[in-house]
Design a protein. Structure first.
Length: 510
């Protein structure tokens, strides 16, 4: 490896390891022989990743100089994979401040290289005409390049991979709409890149000579319009040819709401994606090849990238998703454990039922909740709540699950996030819907004094102000229907599964 690194196995710091790219980069770096340290605001979210035991995880935030300095100690290569998109109107200032903190602390720590994944910017477009998303990404790159630490800035357009926001947007629009009235940006030329190539270049960038301090455009071999991408996706997926009718009046703001209605990607994320497609984003150079050469079979073409992504989706092997990262502005406070919590009022709804099934059968139902399995009570009420959340700019119910059977800490689950999971015993979810307060849903599996399987369910709400109190009392009349029905139906589903298992065993014995 080029450069004066500390030891034979360089230590890499990965920020954004709970996100889509970061969560995939970590195992690639480990497989390449690097030591890896992850910086995370909530280290518990990384606990259940299959690679977690092979890494060092430290708590911190890129806007906090002290935690960044501690995380960068003895680091050779630092990957900067975070951004403040969606945190509010001042997200550009937050991005700017975080990049400055990171660059300053990286220089002070003697980091040998910073690697940053940004966005491909269009040629000849004034800075003020760029979307806020692209403008901020470009500015972060400039700040890091000026930090005094040799920096590699990789600029990519649309990333095609299972679970990426861009891929999910493309997939749902194409699959759900055989006839589409679309924004004019479907005619904009784009150079997409497969996520495997993004990861390959990220890993390879750690090997650059110390004198390299610049940005590189990275992209796949195909230059396509978004319309071409939808038509080619349909062909790869075996769908009938789509009819696409562009309409100029659909602005990025309007089209983001249209995307939010049709796809699981909420408008808050869809809007910057749509705004970034207004201008042509095509690579102007391919100088990255001097430092990270393409191996045979790379870069991966668009059609093959779609095939690979669809295969992972269909085989339930999506390792990270766009929703892996926490929703900006969502509650991050841990569940208060004391009913008389000194921090304020707590409202609770408790349900308990004995279950005619072994604990493991009940746990399978609990861990399989959400997504295609639903929430085991009053589907219309859940759908209505999800719809209202989407209208308010929230994530709604359509994020689904990463895996149909298994959950891990940090997973998104419709409009919840897995805060804690103890296999066979406890599943605790934290709400990421728009609420005037903080909310959790807790499900426990155990046994009573007589050895019977016991299901315990608790919904907890910590209201914010008078509006929060009013919200709880306005929905409390429906709790018996929603939460009571949920406990009853989960117990019933576990009992039914147990009966089917016993019947199958008796049949096999005969």
């Amino acid at each position: 490896m080029n450069g004066d690194y500390r030891g034979d196995r360089p230590r890499c710091l990965v920020t954004g390891a709970t996100g889509y790219i970061g969560g995939r980069l970590v195992p690639e770096l480990l497989d390449a022989g690097h030591r890896v340290r992850c910086l995370a605001r909530s280290p518990g979210k990384l606990r259940d990743h299959p690679w977690a035991a092979r890494t060092e995880v430290v708590r911190g935030d890129v806007t906090d100089p002290e935690s960044v300095a501690a995380a960068l100690r003895d680091v050779d290569v630092a990957y900067y994979l975070v951004h403040a998109l969606g945190t509010g109107k001042n997200f550009e200032e937050t991005d700017r401040r975080a990049a400055r903190v990171f660059g300053e602390r990286a220089r002070a720590a003697g980091v040998r290289r910073v690697v940053y994944l940004g966005g491909l910017t269009p040629t000849g477009v004034p800075r003020q005409e760029l979307s806020p998303h692209l403008r901020s990404r470009a500015e972060v790159g400039r700040i890091l390049l000026a930090s005094g630490v040799p920096t590699t800035v990789l600029r990519a357009a649309v990333i095609i991979g299972s679970g990426s926001a861009s891929f999910e947007m493309l997939r749902y629009l194409t699959e759900r709409l055989p006839v589409m009235v679309t924004p004019s940006w479907v005619g904009t030329r784009i150079q997409p890149i497969a996520v495997r190539d993004v990861l390959r270049v990220l890993v390879g960038s750690a090997r650059m000579p110390a004198e390299v301090n610049r940005a590189f455009d990275i992209g796949g071999p195909d230059v396509l319009t978004y319309r071409d991408m939808m038509l080619r996706y349909a062909a790869v997926a075996g769908l009938p040819r789509r009819v696409i009718v562009p309409v100029p009046v659909l602005t990025p703001r309007l089209s983001s709401h249209w995307i939010g209605l049709v796809t699981p990607v909420p408008a808050a994320i869809a809007r910057p994606l749509a705004e970034s497609l207004r201008h042509e984003v095509v690579c102007r150079e391919h100088d990255i090849l001097r430092y990270v050469p393409d191996p045979p079979g790379h870069p991966i073409g668009f059609d093959e990238a779609v095939r690979l992504a669809l295969r992972r989706v269909r085989d339930a092997q999506v390792t990270t998703r766009w929703s892996s990262a926490s929703v900006p502005g969502a509650p991050s406070d841990p569940l208060p454990t004391d009913p008389g919590w000194a921090g304020g009022s707590l409202y609770t709804d408790r349900r308990e039922r004995t279950v005619d099934a072994p604990p493991e059968a009940l746990w399978r139902v609990v861990e399989g909740i959400g997504g295609d399995h639903g929430w085991y009570s009053f589907p219309l009420a859940w759908a209505l709540r999800g719809g209202l959340d989407r209208l308010a700019g929230g994530v709604g119910l359509r994020r689904g699950r990463r895996d149909a059977q298994q959950l891990r800490a940090g997973d998104s689950l419709d409009f919840w996030r897995v805060e804690e999971i103890e296999p066979g015993r406890l599943l605790r979810l934290r709400a990421e819907m728009r609420l005037p307060g903080l909310a959790w849903l807790e499900m426990r599996v155990g046994t009573d004094a007589r050895g019977r399987t016991l299901y315990r369910q608790r919904a907890v709400f910590h209201p914010h102000g008078l509006l929060g109190h009013a919200y709880w009392w306005s929905v409390s009349p429906f709790h018996a229907l929603v939460f009571g029905g949920m406990a009853r139906n989960i117990a019933g589903a576990a009992a039914e599964q147990a009966r089917l298992t016993q019947a199958g065993e008796r049949t096999s014995v005969r």
